[in-house]
Write a protein of this length. Sequence first.
Length: 385
Amino acid sequence: MTPPEAKGLLPAGLTDGLPPFAAQEAEVVERLVAGFAAQGYDRVKPPLLEFEDTLLSGANNDLAQQTFRLMDPVSQRMLGLRADMTPQVARIAAARLGKSPRPLRLCYGGQVLQVKGSQMRPERQFGQVGVELIGAPQERADAEVILLAAEVLTAVGVGRLSIDLNLPTLVGALAKSLGMAAPKILDLSQALDRKDVAALNAIAGPEAAPFAALLRAAGPAPAALEALARIDLPEAQAAELARLRRTIELIRATAPDLTLTLDLTEHRGFEYHSGISFIIFARDVRGELGRGGRYNALATADQGETASTGFTLYMDSVLRALPKPKPGRRIYLPPACAPARARDLRAGGWVTLGGLDESADARSEAARLGCSHVLLNDRIEELEA
């Protein structure tokens, strides 16, 4: 027999959503998705489970270590439980919506489950909400998704946003242009991710200068762009930087007060990204609110891979950036209350709690059940605090 006190235990990284926070999350998710829909992003609903070989194909193989697996008793094939919704949306765009005109704007919201949490996010199950803009190579597409993320987060009440922009392919491309081998490039990227100047100098030796300059250029966008302009980059990488500069100009034209920072050596978590990428933060909030960027979407039947961009918001972090939910106006209704009166109260914004015990004292029951008001003799009375 399991002792009663053990029945409430859950695996590490999993929690029950309790009132009023579960309702708050559901409401915020719908408000975010409504904000996406207002700008032309159509909602899709991927399944929780997919065949493992489909879910983890191509670039999605990076998620293999975070994916729970089980055997499907019907097909006798291995299934994967989604650890990230973005690859599923890319699959839908390529397979189910492959004939739809591009650019294709899609949005989504749902729960994901990962094998392990991280130091910054110990939660293993959490909600994801996001968009994908598929088949859009223009700088305006990069600016659109960044501005959309900022707009919807601000609309639900998240303040003091900061967008940290990066180019995850820059370091590798620069290292290759200097003749570095793949193992050395990996070590170099890891050192830059840690901001470890000593390790950088040890790995790159006399070729460390441009990478050290990239490290020093991190910070607020205006000053960072000035510092980056002084770095001698190969033609292809200079073109990437010019694209980033134009994207920032487009963002500034619409949202001049949005805080933008640059860190062009950031690589962790952007392994499959192919261009301008970003992380979303809010001041004094633990962890990132979301991340996104440019990638090559799955090939469709009649065309190759498609330049795309998008972002994912993490609802656990988003909720930490919001004020705690305020309780609604709850009124206790005695059992004899007329149904029409109860409907009128609900139409007026009240949360009604119907009494079940005719012999109970209405005021005492209202207080016991957490109501702020009680209906007595068809009059609304406020309970004393």
